[in-house]
Design a protein around this ligand. Structure first.
Ligand code: GLU
Length: 324
């Protein structure tokens, strides 16, 4: 029996300068792929035109090269693949799964509140199925600039994660029918990422665990498009010293500015090796030495530890990066 070659991807969005949290995820992804003999492709997720920065992607490629991360094959840019995303939408429309949804955010919130649907105060209200159109003519894809949603069925969706273990989500209850095409006339994240993972033959998705709930939605999109979902490897996120999530807007700590300040990338790799628990104390590591330390069991132990005490960029780490 012929086995499909395994393949992973690094998929940054050029919406701001990459930070040390991105370096951690991408270095681990690269090391895993290189150790386990997977292909590794680079995909620039530049569909968010408002936020994507001009020339952001060449900056991304420079920073990845500085970290010692190489990839296979040509760089894919999602902005150049709009027709492929539209084709997938046509397929979903042919299956009766997508519909035009002109509802505003407040309409969604009101309808959801009226049903008493529980949701976290800081999360968008789940889209209630009662807002699905009754007019069969709205269940279509005419490439119009209006939000389109994917009908998803209620029920538990399991995500067997190679790092984070077994999780169950109920996306119909938690978020409702996801937007798959936006009113700006672009594919939405959940559609674009799935179509490209299929097109690029991605078998192993390695990324931050803020996207774990998305794995349930993407599993549904994979199956709707006639494919089995990939294996998932969701990694803990490194935090700022005060416990906040790292954000691309904090430019001062960006990888580009560390590089401009003369930081040795061997120290970035060493810091990451310390975060994941592969070394006891950070030490400068060349790419091969870093790679040799990364294996699935280290990542599982890191995940178990990180639920109690996630890696933080404390002052000592920052000083160490700068060579003291
Ligand atoms: N482009 C997404 C981001 O930068 C990641 C998508 C993914 O890995 O699925 O957050």
């Amino acid at each position: 029996m012929q086995r499909t070659p395994r393949c992973s991807r690094i998929a940054p969005s050029p919406t701001g300068p990459l930070h040390l949290g991105n370096a951690c995820t991408f270095l681990v992804n690269w090391a895993l792929a290189r150790n386990l003999g997977w292909r590794l492709v680079l995909r620039i997720e530049d569909l968010d035109r408002d936020r994507a920065q001009a020339a952001g992607d060449t900056a991304t490629e420079d920073v990845l090269a500085w970290l010692g991360i190489d990839h296979d094959g040509p760089v894919v840019r999602q902005s150049e693949r709009l027709d492929a995303f539209a084709k997938a939408m046509e397929r979903l429309a042919g299956l009766g799964l997508v519909y035009e949804s002109p509802h505003s955010r407040s309409e969604v919130r009101e309808a959801s509140l009226a049903l008493g649907a529980p949701h976290a105060a800081d999360a968008p209200a789940p889209f209630p199925a009662s807002l699905r159109p009754t007019d069969p003519g709205a269940w279509c894809f005419r490439r119009r600039d209006v939000n389109h949603r994917l009908r998803i069925e209620p029920g538990a969706v399991g995500v067997e994660d190679e790092v984070a273990g077994a999780h169950t989500f109920d996306p119909a209850r938690d978020s409702g029918d996801p937007i798959v095409w936006t009113k700006a006339g672009f594919p939405a994240y959940q559609l674009a990422v799935t179509v490209d993972d299929i097109a690029q033959g991605v078998t192993d998705v390695v990324r931050g665990d803020d996207l774990l709930p998305s794995a349930a939605i993407q599993s549904i999109v994979h199956r709707a498009l006639g494919h089995e979902p990939p294996r998932w490897w969701h990694l803990p996120l490194a935090l700022e010293a005060d416990g906040r999530r790292m954000a691309k807007r904090d430019g001062a700590r960006s990888l580009a500015s560390l590089r401009a300040a003369g930081v040795d990338p061997a120290r970035v790799r060493g810091l990451v090796a310390g975060w994941i628990g592969a070394v006891e104390r950070p030490e400068p590591l060349d790419p091969d030495a870093f790679r040799a330390l990364v294996e699935p069991n280290i990542l599982r132990r890191w995940h178990a530890r990180a639920t109690v005490s996630p890696p933080r960029l404390d002052e000592r780490s920052v000083a160490w990066l700068h060579g003291s």
